[in-house]
Write a protein that binds this ligand. Structure first.
Ligand SMILES: C[S@@+](CC[C@H](N)C(=O)[O-])C[C@H]1O[C@@H](n2cnc3c(N)ncnc32)[C@H](O)[C@@H]1O
Length: 210
């Protein structure tokens, strides 16, 4: 019988993008282990979800954009990819490790380590200067009082016609109708993707009558 040498498999060294992605996943998992309710997911959102989250943004509009709960920067990257100038974006993130990472990856973007529920105390822009709030906050892990605080802070900064965009892992909006009515807000489904873990739905909140 003829001896056939075993074919050796080439081990491809991970390229820098793969390494960066792996680090991002590990950072996220570590944050979740430390503060599961605050992080609320074991992996960052996908780029498919990120594209849905930024669809409202008009880079040619002079309005500013606020991102809440930046994490490892999946949405930050997508917001900048719309062509919005970096000096019109502020990212809010209360996890100091994530905030450090965001500053390292996006040195031209302002990162605010302020809780989203009091964000108006720290923003560079004035009330009415913002066209869109992109929220990656874990609303399902928060109570109604927190929902009301976060939405009223966001709409304090949003100009007339402005949108608060939020994803959730449920088919229903993550904020109760009573809270929305009390704040004079409405909500519509803006998109959905199964190319995320878990599958996600995107909702757009806006002022009633707009
Ligand atoms: C589900 S992760 C989303 C991260 C990222 N946007 C993504 O989609 O991959 C929620 C993020 O919100 C941050 N966060 C939670 N509560 C917050 C608050 N009250 N103010 C600001 N950031 C908060 C967490 O630290 C975490 O980075």
């Amino acid at each position: 019988m003829q001896y056939k040498p075993k074919r050796s498999r080439a081990i491809a060294l991970p390229n820098s993008e793969f390494r960066a992605r792996a680090t991002e996943y590990l950072d996220f998992l570590a944050a979740w282990v430390k503060k599961p309710r605050q992080t609320a997911s074991v992996v960052p959102s996908s780029r498919y979800l990120a594209r849905l989250m930024v669809a409202q943004i008009d880079p040619l509009d002079s309005g500013r954009v606020l991102e809440l709960g930046g994490g490892t920067g999946v949405f930050t990257r997508a917001i900048l990819a719309t062509g919005l100038p970096a000096d019109r974006l502020e990212v809010v993130e209360i996890n100091p490790g994530f905030a450090r990472g965001l500053r390292r990856h996006f040195p031209t973007v302002s990162v605010l380590e302020t809780p989203a529920q009091i964000v108006s105390t720290a923003t560079a822009g004035e009330p009415g200067d913002y066209q869109t709030v992109v929220s990656g906050l874990p609303l399902l892990a928060m109570d109604r009082g927190m929902h009301a605080d976060i939405l009223s802070e966001s709409f304090r900064m949003l100009r007339p016609g402005g949108s608060f965009v939020q994803f959730t892992y449920s088919m229903r909006p993550p904020v109760n109708r009573e809270v929305l009515d009390a704040l004079g807000l409405d909500v519509e489904r803006a998109g959905q993707t199964v190319r995320n873990f878990p599958p996600a739905t995107v909702f757009r909140f806006f002022r009633q009558g707009e």
